[in-house]
Design a protein around this ligand. Structure first.
Ligand code: 13P
Ligand code: SF4
Length: 392
């Protein structure tokens, strides 16, 4: 997988592959700054970072004996260190199974935040991407938060640098600032609200009911979806997820011809034409819930393939088919695999307590400011009680 993504980024000009999620449109219309040079610089920087991460050596395949030995060592150290694993659905089956077997959680980004905050362990091992580790640290500054690899980032986070984002917000002081959880601590500190895909619609509806106008960042596809569904007055930042942006409506429509009884399940980070074909749109937890509840024998799924482990557990008799991305046949660019989520593996997890370079630190002042919109999100989610329970 990493090789395929690597080939794509190596062979595709920056102007074609990453322009999509670099800040340009809304920000450029509204603030006066040397826009082209900033956009171009960001593009180069983001591309360098993606390339750097993809160049990281993929761990060797484990034999069964090696895997069991690593799991045994990790289990021992979790007990010794009073630690618990908080994993995302996009991590590998090995990581998800281990998290569950050791009393941790496997869930979406909202439930990961709640679980980490409420669990009594003094150390959280966040198996996901960096914003998830930072969220855990902000919510529980007294806990030690470790990650298998701190370089595991997210294109949405990379595409929303705080300096430019703050200027954008300053230019629109009449708007509530709503940011997706997939952002840095600094961006969250600038926000009134943090949302995840589980509660994005509810928060936007709530603000629209109160007559509030919104700045939405960074995911423009999620923002567009929320705008269409709620009619909220939204001014959009121009970011995107490199994984979900690859799903193709045409390919899904073709696949529907082959599997006429299949339902289409789509994560709202996907482009509008893909969302239009969906029978259900929702967060990762909501996708799993839909697969369990709906009667269809097959599902075409537009989100990261890591979720298939849980989907198959939730509905063992049903068939799950990955939604097509760019490319021919089985080949594609991202192949519905987040390269940063893939940095979570047993090899990195086993040394998580020994290495000096994988603890999440958040500046305490920044953390306090970012905690307000995060607390607000969790309180709002608790009041709704919708989809905040991890799917098992
Ligand atoms: P969820 O909150 O739905 O798990 O999404 C997180 C994410 O990064 C999706 O790409
Ligand atoms: Fe970010 Fe997309 Fe990866 Fe989710 S799948 S962590 S949004 S790059």
């Amino acid at each position: 997988m990493v090789d395929r993504v690597k080939t794509f980024f190596l062979n595709t000009p920056a102007s074609q592959c990453l322009t999509e999620f670099v800040l340009v449109s809304a920000a450029l219309d509204t603030i006066s700054m040397p826009v082209m040079s900033i956009a171009e610089n960001k593009l180069v920087k983001i591309r360098e970072q993606v390339q750097h991460h993809l160049n990281g050596s993929a761990p060797a395949e484990l034999t069964e004996v090696e895997r069991v030995a690593l799991e045994g060592r990790i289990k021992e150290s979790l007990i010794r260190e009073n630690a618990v694993i908080v994993a995302h659905y996009y991590t590998s089956p090995d990581i998800q199974a281990l998290a569950e077997a050791t009393g941790g959680c496997v869930s979406d980004s909202l439930e990961m935040a709640r679980f980490g905050r409420d669990h009594p362990a003094t150390t959280l091992i966040v198996a996901g991407v960096r914003f998830m580790g930072e969220t855990a640290k902000i919510l529980t500054p007294d806990k030690r938060v470790l990650m298998p690899d701190l370089e595991a980032t997210c294109s949405l986070d990379l595409g929303c640098p705080v300096e430019e984002f703050s200027q954008f917000c300053d230019a629109h002081p009449d708007r509530e600032v709503v940011v997706y959880a997939n952002t840095s601590a600094a961006v969250k500190a600038r926000a009134d609200w943090v949302v995840t895909s589980s509660i994005a619609l509810d928060v936007a509806e709530h603000l629209a009911d109160e007559g509030k106008k919104i700045i939405w960042a960074p995911d423009r596809h999620l923002g567009d979806y929320v705008k269409r569904e709620t009619g909220a007055d939204i001014l959009m930042w121009n970011g995107a997820c490199i994984v979900h942006e690859e799903f193709k409506a045409r390919g899904i429509a073709d696949l529907k011809q082959v599997y006429p009884d299949a339902a289409v399940l789509v994560h709202p980070e996907s482009p509008a034409p893909v969302i239009e074909l969906a029978d259900r749109v929702g967060s990762t937890t909501q996708i799993i819930k839909a697969a369990r509840e709906m009667k269809n024998p097959q599902f075409i799924v537009a989100t990261d393939q890591g979720i298939f482990f849980k989907l198959q557990q939730a509905a063992p008799d049903k068939q799950f088919i990955i939604a097509p991305t760019a490319g021919e046949g089985a080949t594609c660019r991202s192949c519905a695999n987040c390269p940063w989520m893939a940095m979570n593996d047993l090899q990195r997890l086993v040394s998580v307590f020994e290495r000096p370079d994988n603890e999440i630190e958040v500046d305490p002042t920044l953390g306090q400011a970012a905690m307000k919109p995060l607390d607000r999100m969790l309180a709002f989610a608790a009041s709704l009680n919708n989809g905040v329970v991890a799917s098992r």
